[in-house]
Structures are given as C-alpha cells and as structure tokens.
Design a protein around this ligand. Structure first.
Ligand code: BES
Ligand code: MN
Ligand code: ZN
Length: 508
C-alpha cells in the first residue's frame, strides 16, 4: 500500500469515504504525470505508473531495508513525479495473505507515519483498489486516530495530529461507499467504549456511566436504570455488597435493542462488569498501579459499545445489554472479609476477599438477565482476574463456556476481527476450591487456576442457558499497544468481536 500526504485542502473528520474519491488519484487531464493508476497499482516494477515515480521508489527502497514486510514503513519526502509532499510506502506482507485486517493495519500504519507531520490530507491507495479493502482501510484510520485528549489544556501544537482528512482510492467508489457505513458505526461504537474506559473514576462513577448510556436512546436503544432500592427489592445482595462502601450509588443498566423482524424473538444477551474503580475494598490493593483500576469497568464499556454498534448499524437482532455498575471502596460501611451475602439466585456467598468483587457483581447481573429475558445465550465480559494476564499475556483474552457452539462462534469472530481469544477449561473438580465451611460457596478459590475458579464461580449463577465468559483483564487496556489500529490506552476490546459474531450468526 502506498499513501501520500498533502497540505490540507479542507478540514473534516479523518477517514471519510466521500464521493470525490471517484476522481482519485488524479484526473489525467489535471496532472501531467499521473503517478498512480487507480486500477491495480503495483510495486515495484509496475509499468502502470509514471517512470519518474517508479525511479524514485526504487531509489528510495534501495537506500533502505524496506522489503514490504508487514508493518514496515518507508517515508519518501518530495517524491519525484508526484505533487505529494511525502509518500509513505507501507509493508503489507505477502500479497496472497493480504486481507481486510491487513488493509486496516496498513492504513493505520500510514496514518501513524504522517499523523503529526504537519500535513493535513492523507490519501491512501490499496494494492488492488477493491471496494471492501478500501472501506476497511478507512476503518483502520478511524480506529487509529482515536485520542482521549479532553483533559489536555497545554499540548503544544506540534504534538497534535495535523491530518484532518483522509481519502481512500478505489476502483469501485459506489461499492466502497455502501460498505463503509456499518464500519463507521463500528468505529464510533469503539470510540464510545474507549472514552468510557479512559475516563477517570472521579468523573465516571456508576450514575455518570448510566447517564452516558441513557443518552444512547438517541440511536433507538431503550435504556432502563435501576438504583439501589430497586436492586434491594430484587434481592441483589451480592452486587450491592460490593458497592456498599462507596458514596456513589450502584446502578444496574438494562439496554435493549429490538431490531429483529419478530420483536418478541428471544434476545441475545451481554453482561458487563462495570467496577468504576476497584480499590480492592477492605482487602485493599497495593498503591502501585492502583490507578489502572479506573478501567475495571472495561467489560461494561464493551457491552455499551456493542449495543451502540448494533443500534447504529440497525442490526436485525433482538439484543439485551446489562451493566453492573459499582465502585469498590473501603469505608466504615464497606463489606468485610468473612461477610456472607445472599445473591438474587438465593445462593449464599462467603466473601473471603473483597477484591474478588467482579464475580459478585456478575452473579446478580447474570441471574437477573436470564430470569427476566430468557435469552438465547449470555456472554459476559469482565476485567476479572490478574491471573489471566499470567496465563495468556497481554494479547489474548480468556474464553470460558458451557457451550461448544457458542464458543466456536466467538473464536471465529475473534479471528475475523483481530481480537485474540483463547479458550480455557471449566473442570468440575476445581469447584471444590470454592467450597465454604459456612455458606454455599466462597468468592475465591486460592492461587491455582485463578481465572478458572473465577469462571467456575460465575457459572454457578448460570441456569442452563448457553453461556460464555470473556476475561478481558489482559486486553481492555494496552500500554504500549503494538497494533496500529489501537492507540495506547483503552482498546475497546470486545466491541468488534461481539458485533461480528452477532452479524455473522444471529441476524436475519
Ligand atoms: N479488577 C481485578 C482484576 C484485574 C487485575 C484487572 C489486573 C486488570 C488488571 C479484580 O477485581 C481482582 O482484583 N482480582 C483479584 C482476584 C483475587 C483476589 C482472587 C486478582 O486478580 O488478584
Ligand atoms: Mn478486585
Ligand atoms: Zn475488579
């Protein structure tokens, strides 16, 4: 792929596929040296381009170690034979293996290469001009240009991105323009999710999270917010116990999208852990790194983002999103290690460690979900255990499921969208690690298989419904990120994966 960046001609949001791309790259009448063909440009040695440019590319490549390997970029200033200020060659790997994700990543790498160059316009040309690849390239730039900069008041101008507009060349502008809207909806949804996860906990506490989700009713979603009184009436002692040390009121948010033809069709359901800040409670965490626990609501952030995506692209499905929103604080009223709480399911839990709070939130949110909505399946997402980072590192989320078909659908969607996922077992014999001497279970299972016993705990609140649990403690936040479509910080992990699964398997 090659990209050229120019001075801004007009301002606009990055990565819009607009009608003028029909004329991209250059009308031969307006350019004495049409440098790049809109049909199937090739490199190197292409004869479809101006010789001056070919020469410049060959010369630049000869003076570098650019081989076209994935992720490599070669920056050529003032390339001969073009009117571009800069030309960036982006390695996209083997031609046969080049696919939609490759187009996204290459476009995102190109954006990164010129992001703060001082240039305003980025033009992208994909190797074969295919409409879907062009649309995915535009998605790549949309995802790559995400920034959370609302709290910066003194950033020097030269550190701010200068690119204000991106154009993508294609031989099929109509095809690209019809492929792009659902991808733009997805990018907006991922940004919405990243914003929630990036917000500090003094700003984004449960009621504020709920308020921001309520605003999504403008997309056609239906949003209900339950406060502590309503949850008490429902018997949600497990969730409420976690929030009882906080001055912020716990909230349960129910988001509904009814896009299926049959409005009464059984919904698919997604449940998110939304611990807006996790101090650990009385089992308090060490100071170092505790600031990371502002993103302990990443599961709820992903579910909110997914519901955004479904509504924005008018998915033909009935879906429910449930967010369990709490703040886990130590306080005179906080729950103590050893306390016994009664969950909505009726099962009692001995809270050995108040820092194993996510599972306590999910226990009631999941029970409520299946009790009220009788869903086709449930998928929960949670930044649940540090142990999943020990098991899988920082790139894979953990998948646990009681249903092979659902697990298969999730793994397939994960591969398609480039959000890596790895399945772990739910061995019945490990359940005994959760035995309590005085209650139906305790909330921790000790050090061995910490992510698995956390999943087994959640499974005790699943009542025969196909269910999957995604432990995203490893993937919700990246610093540094090695994926060009994911800037450092909140990733939005899960939005793309779940949106893809719904689109491929549960619509129509
Ligand atoms: N929110 C944490 C898990 C976490 C850790 C998320 C690191 C992201 C990065 C969770 O509530 C927690 O504290 N889990 C404990 C469980 C333990 C007490 C059994 C953990 O992983 O240490
Ligand atoms: Mn915790
Ligand atoms: Zn937590």
């Amino acid at each position: 792929m090659r990209r050229r960046a120019r001075q801004p001609r007009d301002a606009g949001r990055p990565a819009r596929l607009s009608k003028p791309t029909r004329e991209f790259p250059w009308k031969s009448s307006s350019s004495p040296h049409p440098p790049l063909s809109r049909r199937s440009p090739r490199w190197p040695g292409s004869c479809s381009r101006g010789e001056a440019l070919d020469g410049a590319l060959a010369q630049a490549a000869a003076g570098s170690r650019f081989t076209g390997a994935k992720g490599q970029t070669l920056d050529i200033l003032a390339p001969q034979g073009t009117d571009a200020a800069r030309l960036v060659l982006v390695g996209a790997g083997k031609r046969d293996a080049f696919d939609a994700l490759g187009a996204e990543h290459a476009a995102a790498s190109a954006y990164a290469a010129v992001k703060t160059s001082g240039l305003g316009l980025l033009r992208i040309e994909t190797p074969n001009g295919d409409a879907d690849l062009a649309a995915r390239a535009a998605l790549g730039v949309r995802l790559a240009c995400y920034r959370f900069d609302k709290y910066r008041t003194k950033e020097p101008a030269e550190k701010k991105p200068s690119i204000v507009k991106t154009q993508v060349a294609t031989g099929d502008p109509d095809g690209a323009l019809s492929a792009f809207p659902p991808l733009a909806a997805l990018a907006d949804a991922v940004s919405f999710s990243r914003d929630l996860v990036s917000e500090p906990a003094n700003v984004l506490y449960p009621a504020e999270f709920a308020r921001r989700v309520k605003e999504l009713e403008r997309l056609g979603l239906d949003v209900e917010i339950l406060g502590e009184d309503q949850m008490k009436a429902l018997g949600m002692g497990s969730l409420l116990g976690v929030g009882q040390g906080s001055v912020r009121e716990s909230q349960l948010v129910v988001i509904r999208w009814n896009g299926a033809q049959d409005k009464n069709a059984q919904p698919v359901a997604f449940i998110g852990k939304g611990v807006c800040f996790d101090t650990g409670g009385i089992s308090i965490k060490p100071a170092e790194g505790m600031e990371d626990m502002k993103w302990d609501m990443g599961g709820a952030g992903a579910v909110a983002g997914l519901m955004y995506a479904l509504a924005a692209r008018k998915a033909k499905v009935n879906a429910v999103g449930i967010l369990g929103l709490v703040e886990n604080m130590p306080d005179g009223n906080a729950q103590r290690p050893g306390d016994v709480v009664t969950s909505m399911s009726g099962q009692t839990i001995e809270v050995i460690n108040t820092d194993a709070e996510g599972r306590l939130v999910l226990a009631d949110a999941i029970w409520y979900c299946q009790d009220r909505f009788k869903p086709k399946f449930m998928v929960d997402l949670a930044t649940l255990t540090g142990a999943i980072i020990i098991s899988l590192g920082n790139d894979y989320a953990g998948l646990f499921s009681n249903n092979d078909e659902l697990a298969g659908h999730l793994l397939a969607a994960s591969a398609t969208e480039g959000e890596p996922l790895w399945r772990l077992p739910l061995p019945d014999q490990y359940n005994k690690q959760l035995d309590s001497p005085i209650a139906d279970m305790k909330n921790i299972g000790g050090r061995p298989a910490g992510s698995i016993t956390a999943a087994l705990f959640i499974q005790k609140f699943v009542n025969g419904v196909p269910w999957a649990h995604l432990d995203i403690a490893s993937t919700a936040w990246k610093k540094p990120s090695i994926v060009p479509t994911i800037p450092d910080g909140a990733t939005g992990y899960g939005v793309r994966l779940l949106n893809r699964m719904v689109q491929d398997r549960y619509e129509g």
